[in-house]
Ligand binder design. Structure first.
Ligand SMILES: Nc1ncnc2c1ncn2[C@@H]1O[C@H](COP(=O)(O)OP(=O)(O)OP(=O)(O)O)[C@@H](O)[C@H]1O
Ligand SMILES: [Mg+2]
Length: 385
């Protein structure tokens, strides 16, 4: 990799895994894609952007038709990087496919493997359980990282949920497989001599849930128990990857007050878990010029003196119309100024003493790929608080 200039570039150059997290809708996918573009395009090496968000946003942003578990190469030249130094790859987590792979790897023999894959409860868990999605995402990340195929993996995390759940998925999974509840639930099926006292419970449960369902659950857990040690070991390895110095977290937030609260909370939670905060990316920031006092004074003059100014511009259009336009423009500027000033305060609060990068508010009519290059450029630039 070539020598990086900005702090954000140093972050990308120095880590092997960068997990992009933050509140819903703040630009996580955009920042993850732009980070991949920046790292592969300007720093070099093999870079993978892995999205665990089922939405198609990353594919669209990277100019791809679609994405799945298979990593595909992204055309950096088509994205506007004239002579890319490295390679950019992208993949989207396929929960079901990844679970099946995992079972194939950990099942002790073919019989167990086929039985698990055919089990109805397994099929439900592997396709619909949110927590199973979180776990498998971390698992897949670990697998890709351990493969050594990439110098850097940028992870785009799913929307609108507490990203902490996501980080705790490996630990919870290990706990779950070793849990007493699990042993208790499967007891009557593991042993024909199960406690007579618990028999009434199972009889009632049979009536309510149906024997077939209970049987499937028990089968599933018994089968999964055979993979227990493999799972716990893997979960611990995934945790080690997350805690490693080679992994950093990027917290993205806008300066919307609710997002700032959630973003700051996330930053604190990362610290409490001894996870490494690489950068706070403040996205969709209004230009500081809007909060500039002299600019505000000028806008106020436009409003106050609209009549006189309109008169001096008589050649352009109807004077009363011009007066109205000038008042409107000046007034809007002052309104934006109020928002920009508030954004400045919130930004100081969010960033306080932490490494950060700022991405400006981009015009919405820009295409996804154009926007991506601009976000990458912003991440390259040194920002001031
Ligand atoms: N700097 C920016 N300026 C203007 N629009 C932006 C900027 N960054 C992102 N957006 C737009 O905001 C929307 C949300 O962005 P994105 O999908 O990256 O957010 P997200 O955090 O991944 O959302 P989710 O939580 O739903 O996954 C998109 O339409 C994107 O184009
Ligand atoms: Mg997203």
């Amino acid at each position: 990799m070539s020598s990086p200039a900005s702090a954000y570039e140093q972050l990308l150059a120095g880590r092997e895994v960068v997990v992009v997290c933050g509140p819903g809708g703040v630009g996580k996918t955009t920042v993850a894609a732009a980070s991949g573009l920046l790292a592969a395009g300007h720093l070099g090496g093999r870079v993978l952007v892995l999205t665990v968000d089922p939405a198609r946003r990353l594919a669209t942003a990277l100019g791809l038709d679609g994405l799945d578990n298979t990593e595909v190469r992204v055309d950096l030249v088509a994205l506007g990087v004239a002579s890319p130094r490295g390679e950019l790859w992208a993949a989207q987590l396929d929960t079901k496919g990844s679970w099946d792979d995992l079972v194939r790897r950990h099942a002790p023999d073919e019989r167990v493997r086929e039985a698990i894959l055919a089990n109805a409860i397994y099929r439900d868990i592997s396709t619909t359980f949110v927590q199973s999605h979180d776990y498998i995402a971390m698992e897949r990340l670990h697998e890709l990282h351990a493969s050594g195929r990439y110098d850097l993996i940028v992870v785009d995390t799913p929307p609108s949920r507490n990203a902490i759940d996501f980080l705790e998925a490996p630990g919870r999974m290990a706990e779950f497989f070793g849990s007493r509840l699990l042993r208790w639930l499967t007891a009557p099926y593991r042993s024909r001599l199960f406690n007579v006292a618990s028999r009434p419970f199972y009889t009632v449960a049979d009536r309510i849930l149906g024997q077939q369902f209970l049987r499937e659950i028990a089968d599933f857990f018994i089968l999964f128990q055979t993979m227990h040690s493999g799972f716990v070991e893997r979960a611990e390895e995934v945790e080690t990857t997350l805690r490693s110095r080679r992994t950093a977290f990027v917290v993205v937030s806008t300066l919307d007050p609710a997002a700032v609260v959630e973003g700051a909370f996330l930053v604190d939670e990362l610290a409490a878990r001894h996870l490494h905060l690489g950068s706070v990316v403040v996205n969709r920031v209004l230009p500081s010029f809007l909060a500039d006092r002299e600019a505000g004074d000028a806008a106020q003059r436009l409003v106050d003196d609209a009549a006189a100014i309109a008169l001096s511009l008589e050649a352009i259009a109807d004077v009363s119309l011009l007066e109205q336009v000038l008042r409107e423009i000046g007034g809007s500027f002052l309104d934006y100024g109020v928002v920009a000033t508030r954004q400045g305060e919130l930004r100081r609060e969010l960033v306080s003493g932490r490494p950060f990068a700022v991405v400006p508010w981009l015009a919405t009519e820009q295409s996804d790929t154009e926007g991506l290059v601009r976000v990458a450029d912003a991440l390259r630039g040194e920002a001031t608080p």
